[in-house]
Design a protein around this ligand. Structure first.
Ligand SMILES: [Zn+2]
Ligand SMILES: [Zn+2]
Length: 174
């Protein structure tokens, strides 16, 4: 929660805030997320406007996860920007109630929903350890990056090979 009272509800008044907060649970997606309690660094600009407070910020945090192809652990740095208008309680219209309008509660900003959205949007759909990670051997599960030449006595039935190749193709970009 960030207190906006210092802005005095004066349109145009601004404040820069830098803070470090522990990550909430489930900040990210299944395969890549900020561990709960890890530090999230926030650089924020709070700007009073007529109907509320505009918050523009950058969040930085460390991600952990696993490669979508070979399941190796991944560590990545994340930096995402976000911007959101938080509307003063008395400026809300009935229309806002069912809308996705962010509100100030007692002049306090709750950043968590926006932080969560920004982080999820900033994550790759399929995190990979390296861009051309070859993944796992479809027969034995070995990491092909470590052992690209390995072969099996009983190779995949050629009638299945096409399916295997299909299964390893990237899904279309979203
Ligand atoms: Zn990988
Ligand atoms: Zn194998």
């Amino acid at each position: 929660m960030i207190d906006t009272r210092e802005l005095g509800r004066q349109p145009g008044s601004q404040r820069e805030v830098t803070l470090s907060v522990p990550a909430p649970a489930d900040l990210g997606i299944d395969v890549l997320s900020v561990p709960e309690g890890a530090q999230v660094e926030l650089d924020l600009r709070l700007e009073a406007v007529l109907e509320g407070v505009l918050v523009t910020g950058t969040a930085r945090a460390g991600l952990v996860g696993e490669c979508a192809r070979c399941l190796e652990p991944l560590h990545e740095d994340l930096e995402v920007g976000f911007q959101e208008l938080y509307v003063y309680a008395e400026h809300q219209t009935p229309h806002d109630e069912d809308d996705e309008v962010s509100r100030l509660e007692d002049d306090l900003v709750d950043l968590e929903p926006q932080l969560r959205d920004a982080v999820v949007l900033g994550l790759p759909f399929q995190p990979l350890c390296t861009e051309d990670c070859p993944g796992l051997c479809p027969e034995c599960g070995a990491r092909l990056a470590e052992d690209p030449e390995h072969a099996h006595d009983d190779p995949i039935d050629p009638r299945w090979a096409g399916l295997v190749a299909l299964a390893q193709d990237d899904p279309p970009e979203k």
